[in-house]
Design a protein around this ligand. Structure first.
Ligand code: GLC
Length: 560
């Protein structure tokens, strides 16, 4: 058995402020029983790997019972483990083992909607209109002469109307897939039940929660429902951003999180929350406040192209936003909802990602070497920034998007709901390659999503101990980061508008820890200092090659 490292990770109530958090998509991580679906014992079996990687916490995407209408984000029972993924005892064993390694555990909470299989929704379907069972969801009569039109023109995030009609003529709201009916958060019973769920997992030792679509819970249900105009979901989402939108980011949602904060604070250390909320920064602050969830994802880095000037302003704005909230900043390059960043960086900045996926990843051509080079540089930059870095399983292997999944193998509801115009998110959810060869490259059984034929070359086995591999880069970066990160969350820019224009971004953290990224393709002079790590080989004669990040240390505190 691998011996746990001796307490190099942060403890105490502020452990999350600058944590390196590793997102596990459980069904694609490691399959211990060979049924083709990753599971909880699979996670446990790989904790030594995660410990060696050097992360501080894992965040597990949903592992609850689910019909998988939306990759597990359709939860049938919030206080249980999907039997295909294990048992509650397996979960407890996983948490205990993670803690033994000094790794914290964050779980995903999906409060906006349940699965249609949830006992509440099943009861609602059997119950009469107007019954208490139906009051847990959002049922309405339709418009039109015979109620044949949806109650409002609200759109679903996955495409099409956000309302579904039942055989009895009533409609129910689903901001996501029809298999994901939205809960009615005006109902105290719903609120009480989620507080129970938070305590259920906190009592089992879970350290925190990632809150799925944290901005969508509360709706304006006053009659008549307000129409949004003939627009797509995105247009509807962006049309009102002041807290009065009929179904997104309403001010009242923060009452819920104040109640959750009380629950979090019942524990020692307090449980932590991180909000997934696609809202403007001035609204994001409200979710990230200490009296709210405490932290919120910042997706700006992920949306920024390969540009020193753009990234500089994103970093400034993100740090300001976090500071205003009293939270630490968060950084994300990849997750289970977006094209892996190795592939994003391999495409021209103006590439249409949906079209690229539809072409099977052939049009436009991806420059994979460049993508990986930039991805590695972006990671070192991310890990030097103040705040928490949320990393997604497989990015430590530099995995690209599996863009060639055949249409008949696609699982994401986005594909059907968008009438085959968007392929969806399966390409970043393909089961991980652990070994060079063998069944499913060491993942387990016949994988639930097909893996690319050349996956073995990028496996853990192929990269472990290999000098210059992406896995070894992550390990070294995380090891150094633990030593270099203090409690001071400040940075000071060394680069100027002029040097940034030329592609050089340079900042220094306390204690003379410098991070310099060369966004251009031309080599630039390497600033003075002891080289700690670089994302690619450094040129001879003090050069920083293009598309490369270097960490340096200067002894002179005045210089730092
Ligand atoms: C979040 C999840 C996404 C899911 C959606 C609905 O955005 O990250 O995967 O489809 O919520 O639950």
């Amino acid at each position: 058995m691998t011996t746990p490292p001796s307490g190099h990770r942060q403890n105490g109530p502020d452990w999350w402020r600058q944590a390196a958090v590793y997102q596990i998509y459980p069904r694609s991580f490691a399959d211990s029983d060979g049924d083709g679906l990753g599971d909880i014992p699979g996670v446990t079996s790989r904790l030594p790997y995660l410990s060696e990687l050097g992360i501080d916490a894992v965040w597990l995407s949903p592992f609850y019972p689910s019909a998988l209408a939306d990759g597990g984000y359709d939860v049938a029972d919030y206080r249980n483990v999907d039997p295909r993924l294990g048992t509650l005892e397996d979960f407890d064993a996983m948490v205990a083992e993670a803690h033994r390694f000094g790794i914290k555990v964050i779980v995903d909470i999906v409060p906006n909607h349940t699965s249609e299989d949830h006992e509440w929704f099943q009861a609602a379907l059997r119950a009469a209109p107007g019954s208490p069972e139906r009051e847990r969801y959002i049922f309405r009569e339709g418009k039109g002469e015979n109620g044949e039109l949806p109650p409002a023109d609200w759109q679903s995030a996955f495409g099409g109307p956000a309302w579904h009609r039942l055989p009895d003529g009533w409609w129910y709201l689903h901001i996501f897939a029809p298999e994901q009916p939205d809960l009615n958060w005006d109902n105290p019973e719903v609120r009480a039940d989620f507080r129970k769920t938070l305590r259920f997992w906190s009592d089992r030792g879970v350290d925190g929660f990632r809150i799925d679509v944290a901005n969508a819970l509360v709706k304006d249900l006053s009659d008549p429902l307000r129409d949004m105009g003939n627009r797509t979901y995105r247009e509807q989402m962006e049309s009102i951003e002041d807290g009065t939108h009929p179904f997104l980011d309403r001010d009242e949602v923060h009452e819920i999180y104040r109640e959750w904060r009380e629950v979090f604070n019942e524990y020692d250390p307090p449980r932590v929350g991180v909000a997934e909320a696609y809202v403007q920064n001035h609204r994001l602050v409200l979710y990230a406040r200490p009296e709210g969830l405490g932290q919120a994802f910042n997706f700006e880095y992920l949306k920024t192209g390969w540009s020193a000037t753009e990234l500089r302003s994103v970093v400034d704005v993100s740090l300001r936003t976090a500071q205003e909230a009293g939270a630490s900043a968060t950084w994300v390059l990849s997750n289970h909802d977006v094209i892996r960043h190795t592939s994003r960086f391999a495409l021209p900045d103006d590439a249409d990602h949906e079209a690229w996926l539809l072409s099977g990843g052939t049009e436009p051509r991806a420059d994979t070497e460049r993508g990986l080079r930039r991805a590695r540089a972006a990671t070192l930059l991310e890990l030097a920034l103040p705040g928490s870095a949320y990393m997604y399983q497989g990015e430590e292997l530099g995995l690209p998007e599996a863009a060639g999944i055949a249409e008949e193998d696609l699982q994401d509801p986005v594909w059907e709901r968008s009438s085959h115009t968007r392929k969806g998110r399966d390409g970043c959810r393909v089961p991980l390659p652990w070994t060079r060869g063998g069944t499913s490259f060491g993942f387990g059984g016949d994988p639930w999503l097909p893996q690319p034929a050349d996956f073995g070359a990028q496996s853990v086995e192929a990269q472990e101990g290999e000098e210059g591999s992406t896995l070894e880069l992550y390990r070294e970066a995380l090891r150094l980061r633990h030593k270099l990160v203090g409690t001071d969350e400040s940075l000071r820019w060394i680069s100027s508008a002029e040097t940034e224009e030329a592609g050089l971004l340079h900042f220094v953290r306390p204690d003379g820890w410098h991070c310099v990224t060369n966004f251009s393709t031309e080599a630039a002079p390497l600033p003075d200092g002891e080289v700690l790590l670089s994302s690619g080989p450094l040129g001879t004669g003090g050069q920083l090659p293009g598309e490369t990040t270097v960490w340096l240390r200067t002894a002179d505190p005045a210089a730092g």
